[in-house]
Design a protein around this ligand. Structure first.
Ligand SMILES: Cc1cc2nc3c(=O)[nH]c(=O)nc-3n(C[C@H](O)[C@H](O)[C@H](O)COP(=O)(O)OP(=O)(O)OC[C@H]3O[C@@H](n4cnc5c(N)ncnc54)[C@H](O)[C@@H]3O)c2cc1C
Length: 453
């Protein structure tokens, strides 16, 4: 099996005609979320004729935070629903960051909601805080479920905190994190039965589609669609090939692969059906433009999942979710600006696929410590010859290479005019962004794919 030999066809696929300007979907999605939040605040405003005294203020704060939390919960799940438009235009890494930021706000909103509502009601009823808590949990409708939801949410927040997450394996964290779905479901009923603003009218009518629509979108994109696609494409391992120290390429074959409409720069979540790997779906980027008969991924052994891929037998069944990711030709602002593909380590994989297909003047710079760590040397030389891509290797330790900006400046004339696709270890990427910005590259022209979701 050889690397793809249909560059012309792949190039046509790689530069899809863009109906929307870059970032339009990202901006639109953020504006929609903000509009929804304003709408939620308007609900409270319309339902609250006046606020007088401490009890009213506290109850008001409890209502506002409760409404915002009730709105934020399904929105955060929608961000992770693998909606193709968002995955393709906003990108999985950015969506995951929004989800993580939003998750922190959600935990804060729920905490303030619980405390202020109890306090406000206690003042209104002239009760102690403990008595009021017991009264609300055991005697208000649907509050036992809401209490369970709150505990689950706070528990998930705690395991997602950076320090705790570092100590947990990714899979353990992931499966614990799924408890948030249960939390959102359990918290739903009390919003309708105790939320004054949602007692009736258009607000109540909007809350149902928000929650049931979210459930339907999740069921379709996360369960049903991947299942149907697996049945249609029947992916399996065709070959595993060594590429370099600790790096292998995995070739997958299957049926109707062209229907996947994968683009160079995108990734799939791959689940290999072996006793060791069947519970994990890890993200790996296409390391070659998609071919009608096979997909290629190139993987570095950084942990138990990635290391096990070297031992996969041909014929192993694979479940693949995707293609995902916005690190594609769609990101190009265009206008004839030259493109720099800048990668280090296994971060070169999506750049390798893009090098073969991006239109215009393209330069690829691969940063590696040692010559034997350079990936795809021969393939890139062939791409350079065929498409005129300029390919450079930036080898050596930090001391030998010196300041990254200066080194890039020497290799890439007119660096400031370039549009840059960047992928590599986090420290390298941060260093590269600083160097590129200092060299005059506009922030909006630096497209970064992070391998750390
Ligand atoms: C969009 C994207 C594209 C990627 N493309 C490639 C590629 O082409 N080649 C390559 O070698 N690596 C790629 N990676 C990184 C690769 O997914 C991780 O190295 C691999 O999953 C590590 O798993 P492990 O069990 O071997 O190591 P572990 O030690 O278990 O994990 C190491 C770290 O990898 C991340 N990780 C692990 N499992 C997952 C998961 N299921 N989902 C998200 N993150 C996870 C976590 O941050 C974890 O802390 C990509 C990552 C992302 C997010």
């Amino acid at each position: 099996m050889t690397a793809p030999s249909a560059p012309a066809r792949a190039a046509r696929r790689a530069a899809p005609r863009r109906a929307l300007p870059p970032d339009a979907v990202r901006r639109g999605a953020l504006a929609l979320v903000a509009l929804g939040a304003l709408g939620v605040l308007a609900l409270w405003w319309a339902d609250t004729p006046r606020v007088a005294g401490a009890a009213d203020w506290l109850t008001g704060a409890g209502r506002i935070t409760g409404l915002l939390a009730g709105y934020a919960a399904p929105v955060l799940l929608l961000l992770m629903a693998r909606i193709p438009l968002l995955e393709r235009e906003v990108g999985a890494d950015r969506l995951a960051r929004w989800h993580a930021y939003g998750g922190r706000y959600l935990v804060a909103l729920v905490t303030v909601h619980v405390l202020t509502v109890i306090w406000g009601y206690a003042l209104t009823d002239g009760q102690g805080l403990w008595g009021q808590t017991v009264e609300m949990v055991f005697h208000f409708p649907d509050m036992l479920k809401a209490t369970a939801a709150t505990l689950l949410l706070l528990g998930t927040g705690a395991v997602s905190a950076r320090a705790a997450r570092r100590r947990l394996g990714y899979e353990t964290w992931y499966y614990l994190h799924l408890a948030t779905y249960l939390a959102v479901a359990l918290g739903f009923a009390h919003q309708l039965s105790t939320g004054a603003e949602l007692a009736g009218g258009p607000a109540r009518a909007a809350w149902y589609p928000l929650y049931f629509g979210t459930a339907a979108v999740l069921a379709w994109y996360r369960l049903l669609r991947p299942y149907l696609r697996d049945r249609r494409h029947r992916l399996e391992v065709a070959e595993v090939r060594a590429e370099g120290p600790g790096v292998v390429s995995v070739f997958l074959t299957g049926r109707h692969l062209d229907e996947l409409r994968a683009e160079p720069g995108q990734f799939f979540r791959l689940q290999f059906v072996t006793p060791q790997l069947r519970w994990a779906a890890n993200p790996y980027s296409l390391s070659a433009p998609p071919h009608p008969r096979f997909l290629r991924f190139t993987v570095k052994d950084l942990g138990s999942h990635s290391a096990a891929l070297a031992r996969l037998a041909p014929g192993t069944k694979v479940r693949a979710e995707g293609p995902y990711g916005a690190f594609t030709a769609r990101r190009l602002h265009g206008g004839g600006a030259p493109v720099l593909l800048l990668g280090a380590g296994v971060g070169v994989t999506p750049l390798r696929a893009l090098a073969e297909t991006l239109p215009g003047r393209v330069t690829l710079v691969q940063r590696a410590r040692r010559a034997e760590d350079v990936l795809f040397r021969r393939e890139l030389a062939a791409v350079a010859e065929r498409r005129g891509v300029r390919v450079h290797e930036l080898l050596g330790g930090r001391a030998e290479v010196g300041e990254l900006g200066a080194a890039l400046g020497r290799l890439v004339p007119g660096l400031a005019r370039h549009e840059v696709y960047l992928c590599g270890p986090e420290e390298f990427a941060a260093d590269a962004v600083r160097a590129l910005r200092a060299a005059g590259v506009r922030a909006s022209r630096i497209h970064h794919e992070s391998f750390a979701l």
